[in-house]
Design a protein around this ligand. Sequence first.
Ligand code: NAD
Length: 293
Amino acid sequence: MTSHSATLIDGKAIARGVTETIRQEVEHLVRQGHTVPGLAVVLVGNDPASEVYVKNKALQTHHAGMRSFMHMLPQSTSQDEVLELIADLNKNPQIHGVLVQLPLPEQIDPVTVTNAILPIKDVDGLGEVNAGRLALGMTDGIVPCTPLGCLKLLKSVHEDMTGMNALVIGASILVGRPMAQLLLKENCTVTVAHIHTRDLPSLARQADIIVVATGKSGLVRGDWIKPGATVIDVGITRIMQENGRSRLVGDVNFEEVSKVAGYLTPVPGGVGPMTIAGLLHNTLQAAKLSYRE
Ligand code: NAD
C-alpha cells in the first residue's frame, strides 16, 4: 500500500514574509510624511487565552513598524464605558485601527460594541458595513483577519481556484461566513457546512479545498478527504496530555489527513500566525484609507 504525505503549508514563514512587506511599506509611507499607523486593542477582563493573543498582536504590530495602544479594562467594565472608550479611539488621529478582543464579559453585547467602531477603523472587519461590503463581493475594504490569512495560505499553493469545489465547515461570523464569501469571489463552488449539516463526510469527499473552523478537535478524518485535496485547519483546542502538559490541536485528525491530503496546514504554525498578519495588513489598509480622507 502506498502512503501519501501532504505538503505542510508553513504559515509561520508566510506570515513572516507578509509582516516584512508591510514593515517596508510602513517605512516608506512614514518617510513620505504620513502618521505612523496605530492599532488600539481593547481587552475587557482577564481571559488567559485572550491576554496571550493581545500581547502577541501588540508585539507583531511593533515588528511591522506600527504603534500599538493597549487598553486593558477590568471584568466588571460596563458596556457604556467600553462605548465611551471606542468613541475616543474613533476620534483619535493617531489610531487607525480599533480591535475589541472577543469574547467579552456577558454584560457587554459584542454586536453593539463592534458596530460602534468606525467602519474605516474596524480592522477586524466584523461590523455591519465591512461585513456587508464583503457580502456584496467587495474585497478592497477590510476583510476579517482569519479568513484573509486562510486565503493567503490557499493562494500560496493555488494560483487560480476557479471552478474548484470548496467546503467551509463552520458558519461563524468570525471565520466561516467571510471565508465562504472570499472563496466565492475566487470563483470556487462553495458549500458551507455547520452543526446541522447531514452527511458531512460525503460533502467533504467532493471537496478540492476544505477550510474547517469548528473548535471540534479531530473532527475531520482521513477517509473524508479526496486524495490530493488542500485542507486549511483553523481550529485551536488546548488538550491535556498524559504527561500533564497541554498542547494545541486543530479540527483535523492530523495523523490520518496528512496521509491523504495534498496540502495541509499544521496546528500550531498554520492559520494562527496568518491571522495576526491579516490584522497588520488591515491596520495598514485602514491607515491608507485615512490618509486619503
Ligand atoms: P464558533 O463556535 O463561533 O462557530 C463554530 C461553527 O462550527 C458553527 O457554525 C457550528 O455550527 C459549526 N460546528 C460545530 N460543530 C460542528 C460539527 N460537529 N460539524 C459541523 N459543524 C460544526 O467558532 P469560531 O469562532 O468560528 O472558531 C472556530 C474554531 O476556530 C475555534 O477552535 C477557534 O479557536 C478557532 N479560531 C482560530 C483562529 C486562528 O487564528 N487560528 C481564529 C479564529 C478562530
